[in-house]
Design a protein. Structure first.
Length: 452
């Protein structure tokens, strides 16, 4: 109901649909509708006027929205922390992270998690030198893993955990066992993502939260950690919505270490792409060409990536610790410092068109992506493809103005893009030439890359 009100743009004093209409809309009986409306009334959100109807009293209260997100997170977390393989003995769970951006939401999540899991006590820790032997389970932010490992004399986690056989002997050394430190570092979440769980669930049905196979977590933990007694310390992540595309764009090369071995991906092509980046040290542009095919399979047969030549690829080599620290790289073609970008072209005839466009919209509007865009990590160029070769760009060119890498087009300088590329695209938008002709012009006269 809250989402409907927010999306319909109702303001204070507006009349809501009747209970009967709401029940019909959500395909439920009137009883849950009445309960929901009663709760909203108790929260000073709605007002019922006998004989007149239900009116909007205030805008959506942040506390209710926060409560929704916290409940969702708790619901996701409960299945595996209460799994029969993990004792119901009273456990302490330490959240290890720098101060989250959304401290209020984080506190609410912790509070509700404790209410739903009375046998688990959560401690929030910001001191990386904390004595972790005092706690049973803890979740580490991906940026804190190396600090933790170094501070606790564990073997460095510089090997790829996908190659599973390399992992146990190095990490579970006699020294580790002596200190009762057992565990597989699973760091699949960070605070910002908690706000995006529900959105990704709605926008990308293929990657809904139901795709989590919590038994996989337990299997991996059992296999590598041999969890049998509650005295053993256990590394765990509370879990969040994992979207390979978002991780590919956002994380440093440690992405490989923390996720691929515990999630059953629906699209193995993504995994193959990750393998190729790590194992084949080819120039970034060549990898970009290869990833075009991979990402095509990831989205849909009619949705493809024109190019992934961007700092994202460089991140895997330079080990930039966090996506918000992404920095521009020099273009070999122009000698100037430019930001990289990615294009996604969406086929309108694709069965996945609507969801993908929603996803693109999500990428361009959510705060996590605003951070990314501000630092030039990537941009999205959406296009409606009516038929092969006929591309009508619907993004404002300002979107790409400061990020288009000359290298893609084989241009000699950045001015080419402003003076030559955009005018040709404008002619397409104005209907003076077809996109097919535009590509021919750019390819022939300006020696653009064939991938264009």
């Amino acid at each position: 109901i809250i989402d409907d009100i927010a999306s319909s743009g109702l303001s204070e004093g507006d009349l809501l649909p009747t209970i009967k209409e709401l029940a019909s809309r959500y395909n439920v009986s009137e009883t849950p509708i009445r309960k929901a409306l009663k709760k909203l009334g108790e929260n000073n959100f709605l007002e019922t006027v006998r004989g007149s109807g239900i009116f909007l009293k205030n805008s959506v209260p942040k506390s209710l929205r926060m409560e929704q997100d916290a409940n969702l997170f708790s619901d996701i977390s409960v299945p595996f922390v209460q799994n029969e393989h993990i004792s119901t003995h009273y456990l302490t769970l330490a959240i290890v992270d720098k101060a989250p951006l959304y401290q209020k939401l984080w506190n609410e999540i912790i509070r509700r998690f404790e209410v739903r899991n009375p046998h688990i006590k959560i401690i929030q820790i910001t001191d990386k030198n904390y004595d972790f032997k005092k706690v049973d389970i803890f979740q580490l932010d991906h940026r804190n893993i190396i600090d933790y490992v170094n501070n606790n004399n564990l073997a460095p986690l510089d090997t790829n955990l996908i190659i599973k056989e390399k992992f146990p002997d190095e990490v579970f050394s006699p020294a580790s066992k002596k200190n009762k430190i057992y565990g597989l570092p699973l760091t699949l979440t960070f605070p910002l993502q908690l706000l995006n769980i529900n959105m990704l669930h709605n926008f990308i049905p293929d990657y809904s939260i139901t795709d989590y196979d919590f038994s996989t977590f337990i299997e991996v933990l059992e296999k590598f950690c041999k969890i049998q007694e509650t005295e053993h310390n256990i590394f765990l992540s509370l879990g969040s919505c994992v979207n390979p595309f978002m991780y590919l764009m956002a994380f440093s090369d440690k992405f490989f270490d923390y996720s691929a071995c515990v999630i059953k991906w629906k699209h193995p092509d993504i995994l193959r792409f990750l393998y190729s980046i790590e194992k084949i040290k080819r120039p970034a542009q060549e990898i970009g060409m290869e990833s075009s095919v991979i990402l095509k399979n990831f989205f849909d047969e009619k949705v493809f990536c024109l190019s992934t030549f961007s700092p994202v690829i460089r991140n895997f080599y330079t080990n930039i610790p966090s996506f918000v620290q992404a920095r521009p790289f020099p273009s070999t073609a122009s000698g100037k410092v430019l930001y990289g970008c990615n294009y996604i072209v969406v086929g309108k005839h694709s069965k996945n068109y609507e969801n993908t466009m929603k996803f693109i919209s999500f990428l361009l509007t959510e705060e996590i992506t605003k951070l990314t865009l501000e630092h030039g990590l990537f941009h999205v160029l959406a296009a409606n493809v009516k038929h092969d070769g006929d591309v009508i760009f619907n993004q404002e060119r300002e979107m790409l103005k400061h990020s288009l890498p000359c290298s893609i087009f084989g241009a000699k300088n950045y001015d080419f893009i402003i003076k030559s590329f955009y005018p040709v695209i404008d002619m397409v938008r104005e209907g003076r030439i077809s996109a097919k002709d535009a590509i021919a012009i750019l390819t022939k006269e300006y020696k653009c890359s064939g991938v264009l």
